[in-house]
Design a protein around this ligand. Structure first.
Ligand SMILES: [Zn+2]
Length: 187
């Protein structure tokens, strides 16, 4: 996908090492909840745009293995933490946030699916901040046993989606440790 070399993966190992070494970009939601992103959106835009194609599943898996999985292996916490993928509906055969979440499976993290979904089907894609503010996603959390939570999404733009997700999880009495996203699209 990136170079012309023959590879049995969609992105060869050399390109993965050179282009997909994750960084750690940080911002905060609600004044205190950290959001960590592994890539800048513009640096991997062509790969992220495969999301709605047949290749998307493989590309997202490779991206997640290079970032989410590596993060999870180094993550330590006193309790077992649960990770929730935002709005992990199955579109075009797979859910891109569930792919990311799956790679967090580790001794300290238990990925859970279909626990945090928007009741509103309104899409924020391509919409401005004003539209997003006026059209809340109405997240609803289903119960699970862990108290401490990591929230997972693929791209953070304005941060409104994750803010609403965090508020719902907090309203249900859970402790949100931080959010993890693949890419930060802030300019
Ligand atoms: Zn390559």
């Amino acid at each position: 996908m990136v170079c012309e070399d023959l590879s049995f993966k969609h992105i060869c190992k050399t390109c993965q090492n050179e282009l997909l070494s994750p960084s750690f970009y940080k911002r905060k939601l609600l004044g205190k909840i950290p959001v960590y992103s592994f890539y800048k959106y513009q640096d991997i835009e062509s790969l992220l745009l495969t999301k709605h194609t047949d290749l998307g599943y493989y590309i997202y898996t490779i991206l997640a293995q290079n970032s989410f999985s590596a993060f999870a292996q180094g993550f330590k916490y006193e309790n077992k933490v649960c990770s929730l993928s935002v709005d992990d509906h199955t579109k075009s055969g797979y859910s891109h946030t569930a792919i990311l979440n799956k790679q967090l499976e580790s001794s300290c993290i238990k990925p859970r699916y279909a626990k945090l979904r928007a009741l509103s089907s309104t899409s924020y894609s391509g919409k401005d901040y004003q539209f997003r503010l006026l059209n809340p996603r109405n997240f609803q959390m289903k119960t699970f046993e862990e108290e401490d939570v990591i929230i997972v999404d693929d791209i953070i733009t304005t941060g409104l989606t994750l803010t609403q997700a965090v508020q719902e999880v907090q309203n249900q009495g859970k402790n949100v440790l931080f959010c993890l996203t693949l890419a930060d699209a802030r300019k």
